[in-house]
Design a protein around this ligand. Structure first.
Ligand SMILES: [Zn+2]
Length: 313
């Protein structure tokens, strides 16, 4: 029993160290083994052994000899773009999109379709899984290793069980999204609130790379939010932490899709902004937006309003 316990602990430590090495290479490559040891604080022999197994699995590639930043000659290591691929999926109220990324998170392909208002939940899931299927096939051109599917959803998500607990604007409750896609594709599936995905993306690759703690707001059909504290997503005990859109700011305000009145989303969400713009134009305000949609105000989209915000009077 003692022997078994030790083995389990050792493999956990090894996994943990492997993640640390991969993360350092992802962020700072090209790096020599000596630089990886210096940046991770792991000893040289541990680094060499982990690097060797990552090279064997083709997650890393070794480039030519060059002097590292400390001045010592060594082979430098980078992530191998062809070491694997993953698919990202976003199910939203008015659209479904999927991306194919290589191991360096470079987007190789993307596809987006408009969601039809008459689609049932089953229709939406079927369309979404078709997009995933297409991307997984495309991925075979990158590598034989499909690493998983990451799914962003517009609502409260239990990331442990993979259940979409409640998505007011979709009108969905208690749907096990993780199970659905796992059964179809038999690879790891990760589900997360879409604004948390956005926050994480900005933290890793975008506007928030230089900071560890920030708030992220996303305006799709609803208004979502993500909270990053010290480099970790803050979800709160039930996953409600980033739901700024459903903070009640006016108890007598407009009815929200969540069932309450006066949520912030009903005042500043994209739908509210569009409603206000349409009302103002109908009551005589002059705006270049009318021309943009040939005076068909019903065709007005939030993106129009965003692009023209300075010309609206
Ligand atoms: Zn609400």
């Amino acid at each position: 029993m003692v022997q078994r316990k030790q083995t389990a602990d050792q493999s956990t430590v090894r996994r943990h160290n492997t993640v640390i090495v991969l993360d350092v290479v992802r962020r700072f490559s090209p790096l020599s083994r000596a630089e990886i040891a210096a940046r991770t604080g792991l000893n040289r022999s541990t680094v060499s052994s982990i690097v060797q197994s990552l090279l064997n699995r083709r997650f890393l590639i070794e480039t030519d000899y060059q002097e590292d930043r400390i001045g010592r000659p060594g082979l430098s290591l980078t992530l191998n773009p062809q070491g694997g691929f993953a698919v990202g999926l976003e199910i939203n109220v008015d659209s479904i999109s999927a991306v194919l990324v290589d191991l360096t998170a470079h987007i190789v392909d993307r596809v987006e379709i408009e969601a039809q208002p008459n689609w049932s939940q089953a229709d939406t899931l079927r369309e979404a899984s078709q997009l995933v299927d297409t991307m997984l096939h495309q991925g075979q051109h990158i590598s034989e290793h499909s690493l998983g599917i990451g799914i962003g959803l517009p609502g409260i998500v239990d990331t442990n069980s993979g259940v979409l607990v409640f998505a007011p604007n979709l009108g969905w409750r208690d749907v096990n999204i993780q199970e659905y896609f796992k059964e179809k594709f038999h690879i790891p599936v990760y589900v997360e609130n879409e604004a948390n995905c956005g926050a994480y993306g900005e933290y890793r690759f975008g506007a928030a790379r230089e900071t560890n703690s920030f708030l992220f707001l996303s305006g799709g059909v609803g208004l979502g939010g993500g909270v990053m504290i010290d480099g970790a997503l803050y979800r709160g005990s039930q996953g409600y932490a980033g739901e700024f859109g459903h903070m009640v700011i006016d108890r007598g305000g407009a009815l929200c899709n969540c069932g309450r009145r006066g949520c912030w989303e009903t005042a500043v969400g994209p739908r509210a902004v569009l409603d206000n713009v349409q009302k103002r134009i109908q009551s005589g305000a002059v705006s270049a937006l009318s021309e943009m949609v040939n005076n068909n105000l019903a065709a007005l989209k939030f993106s129009h309003a965003c692009s023209m915000n300075t010309s609206y009077r």
